[in-house]
Design a protein around this ligand. Sequence first.
Ligand SMILES: [Zn+2]
Length: 475
Amino acid sequence: MSRLSFLLLLLLLTTCSTASDRSGQGPSRSKSHRRISYHATIGDGAHSIQVVMSLPAGSSRRLWLDPDLAQYVSSPEVLSGPEWVPLDRSDEVWWIPEKVEKTPTVRWTFDLRQAARDFNQVRVAKAHFDAYLSSPSAWLLRPHGMDDDDPISLRVTTPPGTSFSTGLFPSQDGYSFLAEHMHRLPYTVLGKFRRRNLRIGDDEVIVALLQGQIGLEPDDLIDWVQKRAEAVASYYGQFPVHRALVILAPGGRGIASASGNGGAAVYFPLSSRATRNKLERDWVLVHEMVHLAFPQVPSLHNWIDEGLATYVEPLARHRLGLMAETKVWGDLVDGLPQGLPKQGDQGLDRTHTWGRTYWGGALYCLLAELEIRRKTRNQKGLMDALRGILAAGGNISQAWSLERTLTAADQAIGHPVMTELYTAMKHDPYPVDLDGLWSDLGISKPRSGIVFNPSAPLAGIRQSITENLSDKEAR
Ligand SMILES: [Zn+2]
């Protein structure tokens, strides 16, 4: 054995023992033995899905699904020796009979067509021409009592002429995620649609272009998505996730939204009257892609998710020349007063109005930006803090506490700015003198347009915030 291979062996042994010490368990109790495996076979036209589930030994014999969705499950059966036998059903759960072996195999069929007719929601089931939008959470039965970190895998088989694309992250032979994500897995599309893979640096964006009338060429739409993804990647230094699904639905109803938990996906309904000009001015796709860069935090903190998307979206577009500097600041001057506390306000975590959620959250972002720049002598900004969250592994595929997320941001800056500002604003109205702030930044808004004052005390900070890539190249 060479000296090098001996060192490698030593390193390997050290690593292995550290890993098992940390979990406090031997290899026989490794989490991989707790893996639940699903195999979904999509039916013709994607109207139904047949699922086979293999459960590990020790799983609960009680299986469940959201009670509103149980009616779309038919023929749930378990393998007993060579035969399939029906599951027992009572108290809104299915039971695996005691006589069945320790590692049961269960199968059922989910009626996606009927669920789409009844729900018409992207996160459950929704029809769009010859395709369905859904989330696997809607059709995967699961045992009671799973641990958050129990591993789950999903394999999918499609009939000829039917496609399947999902925001779930791929693994060796399908997709894998954790039990903690199970309640709200990312958007998925099944049926007939076009698919294109875009490269954004080292990351991948899969565009699923659904059927529907639109007066634009597919290539124009793909270029439009690519440019917006690049704007977001430019702000964050990388695309927020290594792989995301963007579903474009021409003529689709509903509002655009992002979903995560084990992956990343965006649903984007496109107006049939969309023109190239209208799309050039669109801000919504960038807003949704900014959501991909923040972990899923409890819903009482919605203000930070929406506030970041509101604040970062114009800056990201500005960086690639898709929005003028005067428009970035003009929109903030117009919008931010809606985020100020009104009478009776109880702070951002307790006041869930539209204004406080979108613009109150954006106000938090601007204040954090200014404080980070003050603390670091304008060497760092909110962008660096947000890049720190991504570098720590935080993005929409993860469910984190807000405290953990802000700590990751603060560590990238070297000062607890985000945490301290959150503490100050979460339960307190925290009034802000916006007029004084604009004056300090050197921004005034006469009857039309925006005027910058280069000798204002914070003019340098204002310039740094909206410095775009060509500014940097010019220096
Ligand atoms: Zn949003």
